[in-house]
Design a protein around this ligand. Structure first.
Ligand SMILES: Nc1nc2c(c(=O)[nH]1)N[C@H]1C(S)=C(S)[C@@H](COP(=O)(O)O)O[C@H]1N2
Ligand SMILES: [Mo]
Length: 406
């Protein structure tokens, strides 16, 4: 065999340091062969996630939290869900990286390096709630295809970046602009380089909001690779699919963006309610915009056993898409009566809010604690599943936990 068929020395030494042991016969590994330890990586180690997270899929990687793992006020990387439609970019070459603004409605095409973005525009930091449109899908009946998210595809991290609006102003936008669409560096599962796994966007109103960022930091550090390094669009309060990871392009469009997963039934729900299992025509499906009001009890964890303790402090988070949560209640009697929780204001628009309550459990036995949020327009979470839809989006039913006093 020719020498070039064998793995290069530099590659071998980096493999050795990855595995932390000498690879005996390493010099005989054929070039292009991925050793097994690389083929079947431990996702928790790979992405720096807590091992109590749930892996829903490995091709592509989809990982969710459990309610009690989301107890932190600001979600740290180890508990942040991962939702991928394609293959995460392998390595980002920052020296040659740029983002290009193009499309029908830019004055002219313009590109920026990361350093230029950071230097030219004011930095802003916001805590922003990102919830996958399919969070809660597992409860729909008839079931919907796709990752069977339970409750853990939501996060609220602190994002730092520049305002998309400021960059769009610098690029120069025509008056006929209606939508922006993102383009990203991840690759399609099929391996087809022409196909984007996902290329979604938002209307100009949302694109030009104060809180809509081109973010380069998450919780004060470089964004972890799985969450969009080196640059991510963050459009809080909308289905998180609008928040493109690894973005390297923005198209400013003179019509609704028509990238992959913008058309057909993806991230759309019937414009008017339908009966469960109904077939819905494409033209009767509407793009999801603001996410509905929702909440999560993050303490205690469901299944908690309380030893003789009849008062219990519960806590969690509530959010309402573009709106604020106005009121938060809990019930210990299966929804017959409701009591108020104390509810904090959001630290900024589009950040989730924290609630807590001292719950009195009258005697020994089994209880369920249900939580219900109401938004500033008076809409509350439903106690049972909301409107069935073909793809299983927007399940904002009340979160419930079970506790026992013994
Ligand atoms: N480039 C790119 N951006 C993407 C996706 C993707 O697959 N590729 N997934 C989207 C979806 S559907 C969701 S819910 C969020 C998940 O963000 P996270 O993995 O950082 O939690 O990223 C969005 N941005
Ligand atoms: Mo998503």
């Amino acid at each position: 065999m020719k020498r070039r068929n064998f793995i290069k020395k530099a590659a071998l030494s980096s493999l050795t340091s990855l595995i932390g042991a000498e690879i005996v016969f390493g010099n005989l590994i054929p070039e292009g062969y991925a050793p097994l330890f690389l083929q079947d990586p431990d996702p928790f180690q790979l992405f720096n996630k807590d091992t109590r997270m749930t892996v829903l899929n490995n091709k592509p990687w989809n990982i969710e939290a459990k309610a009690h793992l989301l107890d932190e006020k600001v979600t740290s990387n180890q508990f942040m869900f991962i939702r991928n439609n394609g293959i995460i970019p392998k390595a980002i070459d920052l020296d040659n990286w740029k983002i290009t603004f193009k499309g029908e409605s830019v004055q002219q095409e313009k590109s920026y390096s990361l350093a230029q973005l950071k230097e030219k525009f004011t930095h802003h930091t916001y805590q922003l709630t990102l919830e996958c449109g399919g969070n809660g899908r597992s409860e729909f009946d008839p079931p919907a295809m796709g990752n069977q998210w339970t409750v853990g595809a939501v996060s609220c991290a602190s994002w730092t970046g520049v305002r998309l609006r400021d960059v769009l102003e610098d690029v120069g936008i025509k008056s006929n602009a209606v939508y922006i669409g993102y383009h990203a560096a991840d690759t399609h599962l099929s391996g087809d380089p022409e196909k984007a796994p996902i290329s979604r966007g938002v209307p100009m109103d949302k694109a030009t909001m104060d809180e809509t960022l081109l973010a380069f930091k998450m919780n004060g550090k470089d964004i972890p690779l799985a969450h969009g390094y080196p640059l991510r669009l963050v459009a809080g309060g909308w289905p998180a699919s609008a928040s493109g990871k690894w973005i390297n392009g923005i198209s400013v469009r003179n019509k609704v963006h028509d990238g992959n997963k913008m058309t057909g039934t993806a991230y759309r729900v019937p414009c008017d309610p339908v009966e469960p299992g109904a077939k819905v025509k494409e033209e009767d499906m509407c793009i999801i915009e603001s996410m509905p009001v929702k909440s999560l009890i993050t303490f205690p964890r469901t299944g908690a056993v309380l030893n003789k303790k009849k008062t219990l402090e519960i806590r969690g988070h509530a959010w309402a898409g573009e709106l604020e949560v106005a009121n938060m209640e809990y019930s210990i009697d299966f929804g017959a009566t409701w009591n108020s929780c104390s509810l904090e204001k959001p630290v900024n628009r589009l950040a989730w809010q924290h609630f807590s309550a001292k719950v009195t459990l009258p005697k020994k036995g089994y209880y369920e604690i249900w939580a219900r949020a109401t938004d500033t327009q008076g809409k509350s979470q439903p106690m049972i599943l909301p409107g069935w839809n073909p793809k299983g989006y927007l399940n904002n039913a009340c979160h419930r936990i079970a506790v026992k006093v013994v």
